[in-house]
Design a protein around this ligand. Structure first.
Ligand SMILES: Cc1cc2nc3c(=O)[nH]c(=O)nc-3n(C[C@H](O)[C@H](O)[C@H](O)COP(=O)(O)OP(=O)(O)OC[C@H]3O[C@@H](n4cnc5c(N)ncnc54)[C@H](O)[C@@H]3O)c2cc1C
Length: 457
């Protein structure tokens, strides 16, 4: 969608082809048939540093549908809370990366030894981690003397779950990127954004924008393959609903769907290499449990839940301003939870939730949905950058996008938006048009600004 909108805005006639009956892919919402409720496929959060996603939201006119917060409340079983986030001293925000320090130092969730360990880790990360480092986060944490509390309650919960993988399956450059963007570069870079409307409503502006340039959105249209017509210098896209002819193609699919499509693509130098790259990709699951109660169980908008399988709570009634008492629990980076039956998963989620919010014990559960996304995100293990392809494909006038291509970002909406902007730039370049679509990164602030100058990264 980001490539389509950028190119349509540049005046190209774009045909956007989607196999489903709605736009948004993994970041979408739909009417749950059994519940008669619209639910997000899963809560999706963004951060201030997601400049390309925000660029896309601005382009389709929905940037004002994002609710921003710099607060994060950690809760221990039993209910003790530790608010994290940026602080002001005498009304003035502390310079980055110190803005989050006062709350971290006063957090009950961490012992003194944990806090010292975290301070040590943050200072070490003020120096950039080389992009080609093959160290895993797990090894780095051991090498940097992290305590059990810091590992379990910060690194595993916040960082590994943001990257949705086990600690030993995360490349250190990606972990460092998340830490620097979310906690060090600036207070705004780390502030968290959540949609105030169901996710698919964010894409309502896509079709009008594409149509304004005489383009078209084809829903319920499954792409099966494509042939290059050398004489006409055009692509013939084969879909289950007929053929679409175009001068250029952008494939913006998850890696499995790309692999499937490759089987029907013409032979080309570079095709076996692309197939090999895809073989190195691996998916990780995310589960979400959607619960409707007969009463409010918490006044919080969202929370980080410590020491249990359920990790994140989002109060959808308050975030999306909808009636009822609807909360969503997100369980990331755990294959064990994803393997539970529906009944087991819901029972475990409810039992654990009651440990954080006593009101759950007296509340009546009115509706419940469990969404298991087995192929939620791709992993970023050490060495993964070697296997993420760039926008140029093995074929003429054909470009690759999707969160898994080489953007330097982990599996996120930002990576997807970036990949679309990069593909749109490559496409324009191949027409001799040097137009840029990639939004610049946010500049680090405070002390981080000087470190960037000193270290060049
Ligand atoms: C449960 C879950 C939670 C997540 N949480 C977050 C989060 O909090 N923050 C965040 O930033 N990211 C999150 N993500 C990741 C985010 O959803 C993805 O990184 C992003 O949506 C990827 O976008 P994409 O366009 O690359 O791929 P997709 O969203 O997968 O889009 C690909 C599209 O191609 C279509 N398609 C596939 N095959 C064909 C075909 N043959 N013909 C036609 N169309 C086809 C699909 O239907 C889909 O619409 C989460 C993902 C999941 C699943």
């Amino acid at each position: 969608m980001s490539a389509a909108c950028a190119l349509a805005e540049a005046g190209l006639r774009v045909q956007l082809v989607e196999r489903r009956g709605y736009l948004g892919g993994r970041a979408s919402s739909y009417l749950h048939p059994g519940l008669n409720e619209v639910i997000d496929n899963c809560q999706h959060v963004l951060f201030g540093c997601c400049t390309n996603l925000l660029g896309f939201y601005h382009r389709v006119g929905v940037a004002d549908r994002i609710h921003w917060t710099s607060e994060m409340t950690m809760i221990e079983p039993g209910g003790r809370r530790s608010p994290l986030g940026s602080s002001k001293l005498a009304g003035i925000e502390l310079p980055a990366p110190l803005h989050g320090l006062p709350k971290l130092l006063s957090a009950h969730a961490f012992s003194l030894a944990d806090k010292l360990a975290l301070a040590r880790a943050f200072s070490a990360l003020m120096r950039p981690v080389p992009a080609n480092s093959r160290e895993s986060l797990d090894t780095w944490l051991k090498r940097n003397g992290q305590t059990r509390g810091a590992i379990e309650r910060f690194w595993r919960l916040v960082i590994a779950s943001a990257l949705n993988a086990d600690l030993d399956s995360i490349a250190m450059p990606y972990a460092a990127k998340v830490i620097r963007e979310l906690f060090m570069n600036s207070a705004f870079a780390g502030s968290m954004g959540m949609s105030t409307v169901p996710l698919s409503q964010l894409y309502a502006g896509v079709t009008p924008l594409v149509e304004a340039s005489d383009g078209c959105v084809h829903l319920n249209t499954f792409t099966e393959g494509a042939e290059w017509d050398e004489a006409a210098a055009q692509w013939r896209l084969r879909t289950r609903s007929g053929e679409i002819v175009s001068d250029y193609l952008v494939f913006a699919l998850p890696f499995e769907a790309t692999a499937q499509l490759l089987k029907s693509m013409p032979g080309a130098t570079g095709k076996p290499d692309l197939e090999r790259k895809i073989e190195h990709q691996e998916h990780w699951p995310i589960c979400s449990v959607h619960l409707w109660f007969d009463r409010e169980i918490t006044e919080l908008e969202h929370a980080v839940l410590l020491d249990r399988e359920i990790h994140w709570l989002y109060n959808q009634s308050s975030l999306q301003r909808r009636g009822g008492h609807y909360v969503e629990l997100v369980v990331s980076a755990t294959r064990a939870f994803a393997a539970l039956t529906r009944e087991e998963a819901i029972r475990q989620a409810l039992t654990e939730l009651a440990e954080f919010f006593p009101a759950v014990a007296d509340a009546k559960l009115e509706k419940v949905a469990l969404v298991k996304e087995v192929r939620a995100t791709f992993g970023v293990p050490p060495g993964i950058d070697e296997w993420r392809p760039h926008a140029a494909s093995p074929w003429p006038n054909c470009f690759l996008a999707g969160d898994w291509v080489a953007t330097g970002w982990p599996s996120t909406m930002e990576s997807a938006a970036r990949s679309g902007h990069l593909a749109a730039e490559s496409l324009c370049r191949s027409m001799g048009d040097q137009r840029r679509f990639l939004e610049p990164d946010l500049k680090p602030e405070g002390i981080m600004k000087f470190l960037k100058t000193a270290f060049g990264s």
